[in-house]
Structures are given as structure tokens and as C-alpha cells.
Design a protein around this ligand. Structure first.
Ligand code: LIP
Length: 257
């Protein structure tokens, strides 16, 4: 299944890089965008994944009223284009994300960045891979030595004050902070050590289902901001990366949560 998902992710990447006549519209706000390629990639992935697992269910960003029964049988959690705002602005930092589950447990996941031609992938118990080579981070940096990143949860205005208070806390206690605009790539960068820690107060299952699985397969920390396991049935906060940095940031952030 993993190789087949990698092939589909590459097919999605080819579709992503064809931006001629790209249609763009707002969903819930000016920050929440969708393009004709989001919809076309999702349609292709749903059609092809249905062939891989007949009768499977889906939980996808651009059609999230699809059957949401991710806890029974085979299910694909798909973000056709994660980092859509980056994509619309031509920032070339977005990806496609596909997670495959059996009875609610992720069995394999792929995140493909067509701009850097980077395929992050993992299957259960086999570790984390980048373009087919073992790639889990080898350093478990402390928070003080950590290159960190956060997401602004732009669809959830109610998180604004706390997001930036925690971002300041992160900055004051680490090497530096970044904000990239793709949660799935933030997770994968945290898996391979480009970031030592990433947090976001509210993201959807399709943003992180594959990426947080890849983090865990890299032997790194992946939880919500209370340190609890990530729930794939609802929107959640997320914290992933170095175990040492995550443990320290959970201590520092606890009084604010
Ligand atoms: C986005 C993420 C981003 C996060 C946004 C949104 P989308 O995904 O990649 O990092 O801050 O809340 O979830 O909507 O572009 O697929």
C-alpha cells in the first residue's frame, strides 16, 4: 500500500504544479482558500484509493462531510493540497498528504512536496523515510538548542491571543521560531530534524494524519498540547518533534492552557 500511495502522491504533485487557469475561491474566510487543483487532486486521489481498497471510507479536507467512519474498516485521510494559501501565493511550500488507516489505526502515510520533490513516508513499525532513505532525526535537542516552528490556526480566530503568547514563549526559550504555512510539512520537518519542535493550537485530521504518523515512526514526540495522544476524529492542537524539547515546552506552556 505504501508504494501505491507514494505513486499517487507523485501523480498529485504533477497536478499541483500545473497552475494554468487555476481557479481560487474563499471558503469560511479570506484565510481559508480552495483552488480548482485542490478539488481535482482530491477527486483523483479518492477515485484511485477506492480502487486500492474497495468499500473504504474517506475523511478529506475539501469534502469533509464524506463518510467519517474512520474507526472501522479501511479509511483514507487526505489533504489534497496542504498549505493552500502558500500555493495560491506561489510560495512553493505545500504538499499532498495521504494517510491509510485500518480500524482507526494509521498503517502508512505519505507527504509529498512536489516543489522540492521530497517524499516523506512511513509504514507501521518500519521507521521514517525521505525519498526512500531512512531519515528520522538523530539528535534529540533540548528546547534551548531547538529550531522551532508554529502554526497560526488561521481558521480559528479564537486561538489568536494564546497562539502568539505561546509563540513568544517558544521564541524566548529556544534558538529561534519559524512559521511555514503547511502543517503537514511542519510535521515532516519535525520528523527528520529540520525543526526540533512544532506546535499549532487547532488543525484538522487531514492536516496531520500522515505527518504525525511519520513523526512517531521517526521515534519523535507527537501529541496534543496537553501531551495526550492525537485524536484523528476531530480538530486538535498538536505538538511534535524532539522528545526533550516537547517535554520542556509542555511544562512551560501548561500554566497558559
Ligand atoms: C493549513 C495548514 C497550516 C495551518 C492552517 C491550515 P490547508 O492547511 O497547512 O499550517 O496553519 O490552519 O490547516 O488548509 O492549507 O490545507
Amino acid at each position: 500500500m505504501l508504494k501505491k500511495l507514494e505513486d499517487l502522491a507523485e501523480k498529485a504533485g504533477i497536478m499541483m504544479t500545473d497552475t494554468e487557469n487555476l481557479g481560487i475561491r474563499e471558503k469560511t474566510s479570506s484565510r481559508d482558500l480552495v483552488t480548482t487543483n485542490d478539488l481535482a487532486v482530491q477527486e483523483m486521489l479518492m477515485e484511485e484509493c477506492s480502487k486500492l481498497a474497495p468499500g473504504c471510507s474517506f475523511y478529506c479536507e475539501e469534502n469533509d462531510m464524506q463518510d467519517r467512519d474512520i474507526l472501522h474498516g479501511e479509511c483514507f485521510i487526505i489533504d489534497p493540497i496542504d498549505g493552500t494559501a502558500n500555493y495560491v501565493y506561489g510560495l512553493d511550500h505545500s504538499c499532498t498528504s495521504i494517510a491509510y488507516l485500518e480500524d482507526g489505526i494509521v498503517k502508512c502515510g505519505v507527504v509529498y512536496d512536489p516543489f522540492r520533490r521530497e517524499m516523506f513516508s512511513a509504514s507501521e513499525g518500519k521507521g521514517c523515510f525521505l525519498n526512500g532513505k531512512k531519515a528520522g532525526a538523530i539528535t534529540d535537542r533540548t528546547l534551548g538548542d531547538a529550531m522551532t516552528c508554529f502554526g497560526t490556526a488561521p481558521y480559528d480566530e479564537d486561538t489568536n491571543d494564546l497562539t502568539f503568547r505561546l509563540a513568544q514563549l517558544l521564541y524566548e526559550n529556544s534558538r529561534d521560531v519559524r512559521r511555514t504555512g503547511s502543517a503537514a510539512l511542519d510535521c515532516c520537518y519535525a520528523a527528520v530534524g529540520r525543526f526540533d519542535l512544532y506546535f499549532e493550537l487547532r488543525i484538522s485530521p487531514w492536516d496531520h494524519a500522515a505527518g504525525s504518523f511519520i513523526v512517531r515512526e521517526a521515534g519523535r514526540h507527537a501529541s496534543d498540547m496537553k501531551g495526550e495522544p492525537l485524536d484523528l476524529t476531530k480538530r486538535t492542537s498538536i505538538l511534535c518533534g524532539s522528545n526533550a524539547a516537547a517535554e520542556r515546552f509542555l511544562e512551560l506552556s501548561e500554566p497558559f492552557l
